[in-house]
Design a binder for this molecule. Sequence first.
Ligand code: NAD
Length: 298
Amino acid sequence: MTVIAFIGLGHMGGPMAANLVRAGHTVRGCDRDETARAAAQQAGVTVVADAAEAVAGAEAVITMLPNGEILRAVYAEAVPAAAAGALLIDCSTVAVDDARAAADQARAAGLAAVDAPVSGGVVGAEAGTLTFMVGGAGAAIDRARPLLEAMGKKVVHCGDAGAGQAAKICNNMILGISMVAVSEAFVLGEKLGLSHQALYDVASAASGQCWALTTNCPVPGPVPASPANRDYEAGFASGLMAKDLGLAAAALRDHGVPGGLGEAVAQQYARLRDAGFGDKDFSDVINHIRSSAGEGTD
Ligand code: NAD
């Protein structure tokens, strides 16, 4: 049994903290939002006033926060208050540079730290089936592993500090680009008189096969569980995709990678979010491609 501080009890952090309680750990949590605090309390988390109170005496500190700026602010409060030898685990999605800065700050205070962003969404957080992509020293990851395994089904050590975040943005860049590719293909197929099912049956068994097609298919019908069958609700939100692709696009620029597709798709999702469609599943991009295609071309 470990005493754990959990900072950020939102859509992801709330159910993750609840799974740690279920696994027999003592969890002290904090959040700025009253609804998140009440739900966590209901799940057995001891809710305290702030990060400093949560981390005092805790053996592990887990953060699940909206962005890197907030992470830096929370670490400024939490690191000086943490117990000697505490392990810091950041599960938020942030820029690689923010993850490295957080690890440096922890190291300077004599603490161990890992970045451990996740894939699997709210459903995975609730079911305890998240995948963790982890960056940091081997010894710190060995310590983190049992806690991560109480919240997920797979833990991949990706390299040194920041490598987990690097893997997360690279993976989500593949995902965003492939969803736009699949969506453009379906809209082109419609123009060419091809049924959705026919295109699906060919591409899913041919070289066009990918997760965006066979699991998160952007048209209703071929994959009954995909969000397209429920008006693009309750999936991976376009707003979160816009955030992750924004991090990927910034990294492409910083490292001089000619990532034309990543940049273009990042802008496409940013436009969707800014136009008020940020809460829809990211496969909703097909509807915007279709409505643009419809303008004067048929
Ligand atoms: P969320 O907004 O629901 O939760 C974040 C929580 O942090 C909120 O409850 C907020 O009140 C709290 N918070 C903000 N500032 C705080 C502070 N200073 N101190 C304490 N609490 C504070 O977001 P989420 O969907 O849970 O996502 C969290 C992170 O996980 C993000 O970085 C996101 O990109 C990543 N992520 C989300 C998903 C998903 O499907 N939702 C999937 C993978 C990764």
